[in-house]
Design a protein around this ligand. Sequence first.
Ligand code: DQA
Length: 138
Amino acid sequence: MNGPNLGILGKRQPEIYGTDTLQDIERWVGEEVAERGWKVDSYQFDGEAEIIRTIQGNYDTVGAIINPAALMMAGWGLRDALANYPRPWIEVHLSNVWAREQFRHESVTGPLAAGVIFGLGALGYRLAARALLEKVPD
Ligand code: DQA
């Protein structure tokens, strides 16, 4: 699940977010979890409401990788939705948010995640997929 402004990844401030597209990332995540036969459903929304509704409709998934994007800073509704998501999920940020503006140094959603990965670009999603393979029992 990807939040606001991530649909234009590849063309969005490439010096910060890299040139990989969301489609590239989705493919790589699919490759990581193929060994378990997991199917990957990928979503990107610019609006918080659509993200919340999608989370509410996906309680029957094995887990999730979530880049809340700017909703990390004030997405309280998203946080409440994630508090009720019954499966393990990993928060990912492409950029090293600690090396950026002060307002990116805290995530309102991060404390609910099984783990948080940031600063590794698209590799972070692959590592999150591998973490889910470990976190979700057979
Ligand atoms: C981001 C970091 C956020 O602070 C920012 O608002 C984004 C992208 C990242 O992946 O590095 O939109 O989540």
